[in-house]
Design a protein around this ligand. Structure first.
Ligand SMILES: O=C(O)CCC(=O)C(=O)O
Ligand SMILES: [Fe+2]
Length: 212
C-alpha cells in the first residue's frame, strides 16, 4: 500500500510487534498496544502524579487562553519504576532512551482539557531554534493511559476521524513527522474535556537527536 508518510524504522518495528494495532490511515502512523502497564504500575504512577504536580505549560505557546488546563508532573528518572518504563518503551520502539525527554505525567480533573495541537514545534515559531537547535524535533510521541475517567477525556485525532478511549495501561504511539522531516499536520490531536472523575496519562516525547 502506498502511504504518504515516510518509511521509518520505528514504524516498521511497531508493525511487527505482537498484539499491536495500527490505526488504519494513509495519513499517519498511529499504533495502539493494550496492557503495556499493569494495574499496580498504573496505581503507583497515579500516586506519584498526585504527590508532585504543577500547572501544565505549553512549549510552543500560541496565546490561546485555556488551551491546556491540566496539571503536569515531572517524573524522577532516578525512580526505579520510571527508569523501567523508559527502558521498556525504548525496547519496544528501538529509540534510545538518550533521545527521550523526561517522562511526564498529566492529570486532568473535571472540565480540564488540552485543545487540538501537534506535539511538534512550529518551524515558523519564535522559539523554534531554542527548542530544536540541539535535540531536533519531536519525531515520536508515546502516551500511556493510567486509568479510565468516569466520563470524557478521550484523545481525538480529528484529521483522521479517530477517537481513542482511555483504558488503564493502554499505550498509544505516533510519528509526528513527514518523510521530509516537517511536522505532519494529520497528527493534530486533543485531550478532550474530562466530564466526570480524573484522568491520568504518561507522555514520553522523543527527539531526532540525543536530548539534554
Ligand atoms: O491527554 C490526552 O489525551 C492528550 C495529551 C497530549 O496530547 C499531550 O500531552 O501532548
Ligand atoms: Fe499532544
Amino acid at each position: 500500500m502506498k502511504r504518504d508518510v515516510g518509511s521509518d524504522t520505528t514504524a516498521e518495528r511497531l508493525r511487527l510487534h505482537p498484539g499491536i494495532q495500527r490505526v488504519p490511515s494513509p495519513k499517519l502512523d498511529l499504533f495502539v498496544l493494550r496492557d503495556f502497564l499493569d494495574g499496580p504500575e498504573c496505581a503507583a504512577l497515579r500516586a506519584l502524579i498526585d504527590a508532585n504536580r504543577r500547572p501544565s505549560t505549553l512549549a510552543d505557546d500560541q496565546g490561546i487562553a485555556r488551551f491546556r488546563t491540566s496539571e503536569t508532573c515531572d517524573l524522577d528518572p532516578g525512580q526505579q519504576l520510571v527508569a523501567n518504563i523508559r527502558q521498556r518503551l525504548s525496547g519496544l520502539t528501538g529509540i534510545a532512551v538518550s533521545h527521550a525527554e523526561p517522562l511526564q505525567g498529566q492529570r486532568y480533573s473535571v472540565g480540564q482539557e488540552f485543545k487540538p495541537h501537534t506535539d511538534t514545534f512550529n518551524p515558523d515559531g519564535a522559539d523554534y531554534f531554542l527548542h530544536c537547535a540541539e535535540a531536533g524535533q519531536r519525531n515520536w510521541t508515546a502516551m500511556i493511559y493510567l486509568n479510565e475517567p468516569g466520563e470524557g477525556g478521550a484523545t481525538r485525532f480529528k484529521a483522521i476521524g479517530k477517537t481513542i478511549q482511555p483504558e488503564a495501561g493502554k499505550l498509544i504511539m505516533w510519528s509526528n513527522l513527514l518523510a521530509d522531516g516537517s511536522p505532519n499536520m494529520a497528527t493534530l490531536h486533543q485531550g478532550m474535556k474530562v466530564r466526570r472523575g480524573t484522568k491520568y496519562v504518561l507522555t514520553q516525547w522523543y527527539r531526532q537527536n540525543p536530548y539534554g
